[in-house]
Structures are given as structure tokens and as C-alpha cells.
Design a protein around this ligand. Structure first.
Ligand SMILES: Nc1nc2c(c(=O)[nH]1)N[C@H]1C(S)=C(S)[C@@H](COP(=O)(O)O)O[C@H]1N2
Ligand SMILES: [Mo]
Length: 365
């Protein structure tokens, strides 16, 4: 029996190092996936799922090995509680990840289960660091050699792939629909009736369109200052009064990294038309969209030209929560890049790295 078990389990240290490598991959791929919004990046989500299911097998080996050291209190040392916490977090992160693929859109209080999955995954990082401080061992040559070990690992990876196929098949059989990003549909086509989300703390007062203006400046021949009437389609058009810029309609899908998506007909002005009006210079490379809250994001100029600044959704005026009077509609980008309550467009030569900080701290004060 003990002999058979030894044949099934690779060397302990190799298992531990494989777990470490896969956890690092999961955290990294999970974070990078937050910026992936087009299907050509779908492979990253697939690898994330495959690695997660492979981790289940590795943790199974690990837990069987250390079981006694946990159940027998006399074997505990100072680091054991942290190890137990780590094991619990890892199992919870994996379980929520798997459950998300097999369930409907589950919300835990205000959070979609996918957000809980991310939070658990991120919590693993500091706890794992703490665990390693006490338990870290370098692998030896012997840990990674041997035909048997190679076979065991082949079986492990094969098992991960099979588990992934099974998971997909069960999800399909249950009729679970999700995008390649994992997001599930909410309120498509229902006007303003879809989730209102802020990334961190943005919660401005409703913007008074009388006071509001859209500034277009930076690398332009002439800066613009446009009032609401100038960027909004409406009765002024019907009268034949000249709205300075034509309205455009476009169907586009907003995919929030918290795990839902919503597809709508957006109406607004094409950013390219605004740039033409302002005369973007030939040094223009990036276009930065800034909110009244300080939240901001930038797009390469060619992509920005195709984006929309929307005033309406499915024929209704945008509600305050969805970014009235004007919000960015950036097809193929994740939801957090669709800046709400836009008040300034700055045409730039360089990318704005400060945006990565701004999206976290805007609205905190
Ligand atoms: N100014 C600002 N714009 C923002 C956000 C924010 O917090 N502040 N959140 C973003 C996120 S995370 C998403 S998913 C979408 C959500 O848009 P909605 O509230 O209209 O659904 O807006 C994006 N635009
Ligand atoms: Mo989001």
C-alpha cells in the first residue's frame, strides 16, 4: 500500500515547487486577464482554468502528505496555523473558480462570485509569502529526476486537461452561458437597466449639464470647449439647427472584470470626429479620457478615433450611474476602461502610466 502510494506521488519537494509555480502563474494570468477584452486573448483564460485544475491535483497530493501534521495537534509548530489558512484560501479560490464556470451568475452580497474568486486568489499571495518564510526548501537534483516522476507529471497534466474538458462539458450541459472572459450576461438591450459599477470609490454628484463642458486639448491645432448641446443628438438636429458633430449609433458590449457583460445600442459622437474638429497634430499618439472624478484612461489614437462618447443607451438618455452626460464606449476594452462622466479629452504624445494609479485612487478623499 505504502509502496503503491509512493508510485503515484512525485517527490514532495517537486510537488511543492510545482504548486508555487502554478500559483504564481494563476495570480499573474489572472491579473493580466483583467486587461484582455478580445477573443484573440481567450487562450489566456483557458490556460488559467487548466492550471487551476492541475493545481487541484497537486494540492490533493500535498494535503494527503501533510494530513497528519495538521490533524495531530502535538505535531503543530508556530507556522502551522498560517499553513492551514493558506490551504483554506487556496481551496476556496479554486472552488469559487470552478463553481463560477458551472453556476448561473452568483452574487455574494454586492459582489459577483468572480470578484470573490479574485479576492481569495490575491489573499493567497501574502499568506503564501508568510508560509514560505517558515517552510521554504530548495529542491535537490533527486527531486526532479527519474522516469517515474516524468510519467507522474504527464498523468497530472493529462488529468488537468481532462478535468477542464469535463468542466466545460458539464457547464454546456447545464446551459451555462459565459463569454471567454468568464463574464455572464446582465440586462443587454434594456436601456439603463444594467449593473452600475464603480471600480473603486467613484461616486460623484449628478453632473449638471448646464455647468458641464467637454474640453478637447493637448496635441491639437485648436482646443475645443463643447457644451452638452454640442455633443448630444436630439431636437436640435430635427430642427435642422446645426449640431456641430454628427451622432453615431453603435452596438457594443461592456464586459466588467467583476464577471458580467451587457450589450447595448449606444448613441453619441465618434471621437475621431472630435479630433478632426480640433485638428489633432501629427504628434498625436494617445488620447486620454478624463472623468469629473479624476478617473482616466487612454487609448492609442487609431483606436480612440473609432471609440464613441455616448449620451444615450438603447435610445434613452444615459442615467447618472452609467456616466451621464457623457461616457466612453470602447469596444473590445474591458469595462473599467469605459470612463464615465467624461469632461476632458487630452490628445497626447505619450501613454499615461499614471492612469494605473488614478483608476484606484480617484474618488477617495
Ligand atoms: N469615472 C469612472 N468611470 C468608470 C468607473 C469608475 O469607477 N469611475 N468604473 C468602470 C468600470 S469598472 C466599469 S465595469 C464600467 C461600468 O459601467 P456602468 O456602471 O455603466 O455599468 O464603468 C467604468 N467607468
Ligand atoms: Mo468593472
Amino acid at each position: 500500500m505504502a509502496d503503491r502510494r509512493r508510485r503515484l506521488e512525485p517527490p514532495p519537494r517537486l510537488v511543492d515547487w510545482s504548486i508555487l509555480a502554478l500559483v504564481a502563474f494563476e495570480v499573474g494570468s489572472g491579473l493580466v486577464s483583467l486587461t484582455v477584452g478580445t477573443p484573440d486573448g481567450a487562450w489566456l483564460f483557458t490556460l488559467h482554468a487548466l492550471a487551476g485544475l492541475t493545481l487541484v491535483g497537486l494540492l490533493g497530493w500535498k494535503f494527503r502528505r501533510v494530513r497528519r501534521r495538521v490533524t495531530d495537534r502535538s505535531l503543530w509548530d508556530g507556522a502551522t496555523p498560517v499553513s492551514i489558512l493558506l490551504g483554506t484560501l487556496a481551496v476556496a479560490a479554486l472552488a469559487t473558480g470552478v463553481y463560477w464556470t458551472l453556476s448561473g451568475p452568483v452574487w455574494v452580497l454586492a459582489w459577483p462570485l468572480l470578484t470573490v474568486h479574485m479576492a481569495l486568489g490575491l489573499l493567497v499571495v501574502p499568506v503564501l509569502a508568510w508560509h514560505l518564510r517558515h517552510r521554504f526548501r530548495l529542491p535537490t537534483r533527486r527531486d526532479v529526476e527519474g522516469r517515474r516522476t516524468a510519467l507522474q507529471y504527464t498523468a497530472l497534466l493529462g488529468g488537468g486537461a481532462l478535468a477542464w474538458r469535463a468542466q466545460e462539458a458539464v457547464g454546456d450541459a447545464l446551459g451555462r452561458e459565459r463569454r471567454f472572459t468568464g463574464s455572464k450576461e446582465e440586462g443587454s438591450g434594456d436601456g439603463n437597466d444594467f449593473p452600475v459599477t464603480s471600480w473603486v470609490a467613484d461616486d460623484p454628484d449628478p453632473v449638471d449639464t448646464g455647468d458641464w463642458a467637454l474640453t478637447v486639448d493637448g496635441e491639437v491645432e485648436r482646443a475645443l470647449e463643447l457644451d452638452y448641446a454640442a455633443v448630444t443628438p436630439g431636437p436640435a438636429d430635427a430642427d435642422g439647427a446645426d449640431a456641430p458633430i454628427d451622432a453615431t449609433d453603435e452596438r457594443a458590449l461592456l464586459d466588467c472584470t467583476s464577471g458580467w457583460y451587457s450589450e447595448h445600442d449606444w448613441r453619441g459622437v465618434r471621437v475621431g470626429d472630435l479630433l478632426d474638429e480640433a485638428g489633432a497634430t501629427d504628434r498625436a499618439r494617445w488620447v486620454r479620457f478624463e472623468s469629473v472624478t479624476g478617473y482616466r484612461w487612454s487609448l492609442p489614437v487609431a483606436e480612440a478615433r473609432d471609440a464613441l462618447l455616448a449620451t444615450h443607451v438603447d435610445g434613452d438618455r444615459l442615467s447618472h450611474g452609467h456616466g451621464a452626460p457623457l461616457r466612453l464606449v470602447a469596444p473590445g476594452r474591458r469595462g473599467f476602461q469605459w470612463v464615465k462622466w467624461v469632461t476632458r479629452i487630452e490628445v497626447r504624445r505619450r501613454q499615461d502610466l499614471g492612469q494605473w494609479l488614478a483608476v484606484f485612487v480617484s474618488g477617495l478623499d
